[in-house]
Write a protein that binds this ligand. Structure first.
Ligand SMILES: Nc1nc2c(c(=O)[nH]1)N[C@H]1C(S)=C(S)[C@@H](COP(=O)(O)OP(=O)(O)OC[C@H]3O[C@@H](n4cnc5c(=O)[nH]c(N)nc54)[C@H](O)[C@@H]3O)O[C@H]1N2
Ligand SMILES: Nc1nc2c(c(=O)[nH]1)N[C@H]1C(S)=C(S)[C@@H](COP(=O)(O)OP(=O)(O)OC[C@H]3O[C@@H](n4cnc5c(=O)[nH]c(N)nc54)[C@H](O)[C@@H]3O)O[C@H]1N2
Ligand SMILES: [Mo]
Length: 733
């Protein structure tokens, strides 16, 4: 292990090596050098020695100090002083805060049961490693991911279905792993990357650095982009398939049809390791390219060419994004895409898709519920949606809202919300969600700024430290690294882990035996055999990669060859999905047409897609960071020139976007970056500079596109939501 100090001096600077992580929000992983002067962070640079980003850094990454030293930053615990919504607060100290919370939560536990307290995180990242222990240790099974809430429609559907079908989440081998240990295998540049519903060079989601794709393109990789939007990557693609939102599964099935007909199924891999090939073929026979073309709005010749190119150019891999999950039909899409990579033999091959072997044994997500025998009650949604228990289990937020309303089978009384916004991001039908959270007895939020939801329903707000102000550990498939503190946090801000630790000591002391968070860090790192002190000196560690692990029994708990599924094979006709009462095979269902037929194609002629990522904002964050806000001061709705002229809308006009359920108003960007018939609205907007008190709530109401969506539209299995395939109409205001 290489050793370098993690802190050093250069001229007037003290420099700390660290990892850019939330807060401020980022899925992160970029190595950074934090330049400090007199105890203040003055400059951030990408760390050239970190293999993840090789010195590169995005615009938000360079601006973290602006967030840290922002005048509106939360610095002390706040206790609500007025009524909820009045935005009046009283400063208290941390010990008082912890005392009040533990008393309130204990009362609920005694009177109603621990399950009546829910523990939620959002897209904020350095929480998931810690919070499950507090939740389960307290005795509640109800650990939620509210990023987003509706339909659990981010990442979790892909993890659950992949785990059911092939025993784990396959990730694209983009050269990010350390292949030094594989002496006989040289990393081959993938011939093709299929980028589907993802825009990784702007989003860099979940441990995937978009720059790796650009590096590979420079070495000859061709890309196929499936996205209605002409993204920067799409503009450089060999094939850009501008699929009609919500019809992805039909396209994937059309491609499978071509691949079967062209004899491009991998005849070495499939007979040995895959079940259900014939069943998938039968499904795909129903989607000849002409039919797929008419459903998806594409040309059949483009579908044929793209399918042949993908299947005929091994190794190929798949970079898939959240657009897949933002459709009630996501299970069918995910199954279809897993079929595409499996049937072309791009599983566990160099440059294809690999099922990561783990990050030196360290768990990214903290503890599992199974380690807490004290919990006898099932998670919310587990009864209705057994698939939730597979892969990366969370409770189900749509059922949560229903349960908050009915109190059945038991009441919900209090919520711990750490790094989640609730509105504008997490829920469709935001007013219903707001009212239901308001109906609880006691709500705590842990954040770095006061957001609309905190004003609307929090009774206490705790201030979290930002990443340059804390020690922590970054764990992801391609990297294990220390987050190193460079400066002291302001006021009484504490790291998320520290806050959880202090509350855990009170509420679940048996599960928090340590004297400090550093001891807890060492406990989490223990499987890797190194301590936090060693890790921070070693710098970022890249896990080794091993291919074809199925052949040598390295994917199964019983050490037999094969995949960690009931049959030991990849189950494209999935026995687990079948057992969960779900369609076990790839399939397509056009929900958007159903909505349109029901509510009228004339009244709602447009398909509404939302929230495609932009580099300068992270979900609902950064609207208060002046240097970023200047780049796009207000929310935009993208409308194709043809559609704009039909409705008499000019670039820069204010436009009302409405559905049968609600509306919002945004400024028009007339642009052909989305195809005709598709309207794109930004999501996550509020105006931190405006009045926070009700009813204004920082202006969140007029610009929240989620107000157009009703609740209850989650797809089969409790997964997927039409955030990217709903219906709307537009008019100039
Ligand atoms: N800069 C920045 N980075 C982020 C975030 C952020 O807010 N800002 N958010 C983080 C989070 S929470 C997530 S989940 C990830 C998401 O990151 P990605 O998974 O990369 O997803 P997006 O960029 O939101 O959307 C990808 C593409 O989906 C397209 N799309 C829209 N509808 C459809 C459809 O029906 N089908 C298909 N095939 N494509 C469609 C959009 O045009 C968009 O280009 O990014 C993370 N990283
Ligand atoms: N219409 C539409 N809606 C969407 C989406 C879309 O594409 N379209 N995208 C959805 C997706 S994929 C997601 S993941 C959700 C995101 O939904 P949320 O997770 O609710 O995202 P935010 O609203 O940004 O709220 C996150 C809050 O956490 C705080 N925070 C950030 N990092 C940390 C941290 O490390 N610790 C603590 N304590 N606080 C932190 C931020 O300041 C912010 O207030 O939005 C979803 N909503
Ligand atoms: Mo997300």
């Amino acid at each position: 292990m290489q050793r370098r100090p993690y802190k050093w001096h250069n001229a007037e600077f003290e420099i700390t090596r660290s990892i850019c992580w939330s807060p401020p929000g980022c899925h992160g992983g970029c190595g950074v050098l934090l330049y400090c002067k007199n105890g203040r962070l003055v400059k951030i640079e990408g760390d050239p020695h970190n293999r993840f980003n090789n010195g590169r850094l995005c615009i938000r990454g360079t601006k973290a100090a602006e967030a840290m030293y922002h005048p509106q930053r939360l610095k002390y615990p706040l206790l609500r002083a007025g009524r909820r919504g009045e935005n009046r607060w009283r400063r208290i100290n941390f010990d008082e805060a912890i005392e009040i919370i533990s008393q309130k939560f204990s009362v609920v536990r005694n009177e109603f049961g621990a399950e009546s307290v829910i523990f939620c995180k959002g897209t904020a990242r350095d929480i998931g490693g810690w919070l499950p222990r507090l939740c389960y240790g307290f005795g509640s099974p109800n650990y939620f991911g509210l990023g987003p809430g509706s339909g659990n429609a981010c990442y979790r559907p892909r993890v659950a279905v992949s785990t059911a079908v092939l025993g784990g989440l396959p990730v694209p081998d983009l050269g990010q792993f350390d292949s030094k240990n594989n002496y006989d295998i040289k990393y081959p540049v993938p011939k093709c990357i299929l980028i589907w519903g993802a825009n990784p060079i702007d989003s860099n989601p979940d441990g995937l650095f978009g720059g790796w794709i650009i590096d590979l393109m420079k070495r000859g990789t061709e890309i196929i982009v499936v996205d209605p939007q002409r993204t920067r990557l799409a503009s450089k693609a060999k094939h850009h398939l501008r699929v009609k939102p919500g019809t992805d599964a039909a396209l994937a099935l059309g491609m499978l049809n071509v691949i079967f007909k062209s004899g491009l199924i991998d005849q070495e891999f499939c007979p040995k390791w895959v079940l259900g090939v014939e069943d998938v073929k039968t499904v795909a026979e129903d989607y000849p390219p002409e039919k797929a073309a008419s459903i998806t709005g594409l040309n059949s010749s483009d579908i044929i060419e793209a399918a042949r190119f993908f299947a005929g150019n091994k190794p190929a891999n798949l970079v898939w994004g959240v657009a897949i999950d933002m459709n009630p039909g996501c299970l069918g899409t995910i199954q279809s895409l897993l079929s595409l990579i499996t049937l072309t033999g791009n599983i566990e091959n160099p440059g294809g898709m690999v099922i990561p072997g783990g990050t030196f044994g360290v768990k990214r997500r903290g503890d599992d519920i199974s380690d807490f025998p004290n919990i006898k009650v099932k998670r919310i949604g587990a009864h209705e949606y057994p698939l939730l228990e597979i892969g990366n289990p969370y409770a189900q937020p749509d059922i949560l809202l229903d349960q908050m309303e009915t109190g059945e089978p038991y009441p919900i009384k209090a919520a711990w919300i750490q790094g989640a916004g609730v509105i504008p991001s997490a829920f469709a039908d935001p007013e219903r969600a707001l009212n239901l959270f308001k109906s609880l007895d006691f709500n705590v939020m842990v954040d770095v700024f006061l957001n609309p939801a905190a004003v609307a329903f929090a009774d206490m707000v705790l201030p979290a430290a930002m990443y340059p102000e804390k020690d922590s550990v970054y764990v992801h498939f391609s990297q294990l690294a220390a987050v190193n503190k460079a400066v002291e946090p302001p006021g009484e801000c504490k790291s998320d882990a520290q806050i959880i630790f202090e509350l855990g000591k009170k509420l679940a002391p048996d599960y928090f035996p340590w004297n400090s968070v550093h001891q807890w860090l060492d406990y989490r790192l223990a499987p890797s055999g190194i301590t936090f002190a060693q890790l921070r000196e070693s710098g970022s560690l890249t896990p080794p990669i091993e291919y074809a692990k199925y052949a040598v029994g390295k994917l199964r708990k019983n050490a037999e060859p094969g995949f960690e599924t009931p049959s030991g094979k990849i189950e494209l006709n999935s026995s687990i999905l079948k057992k969960c009462g779900l369609n076990p095979l790839p399939h397509h269902k056009d929900y958007t047409s159903e909505y349109q037929n029901y509510f009228g194609k004339e009244e709602y002629p447009y398909i509404l897609t939302t929230g495609a990522r932009k580099p300068y904002y992270f979900c609902a964050e950064h609207r208060n960071i002046a240097s970023l806000r200047n780049l796009q001061p207000e929310p935009l709705v993208k409308i194709h020139p043809q559609d704009a002229s039909k409705s008499g809308i000019n670039d820069g006009d204010y436009v009302k976007i409405y559905s049968p359920f609600g509306s919002c108003t945004m400024k028009a960007e007339v642009s052909d970056s989305f195809p005709p018939g598709v309207v794109h609205c930004d999501s996550g907007w509020w105006f931190p500079e405006q009045d926070g008190a009700e009813p204004n709530l920082f202006g969140v109401r007029g610009v929240n596109v989620n107000a157009l969506l009703p609740s209850g539209l989650q797809g089969p299995g409790g997964f997927g939501y039409p955030f990217r395939c709903f219906i709307c109409n537009i008019k100039r205001v």
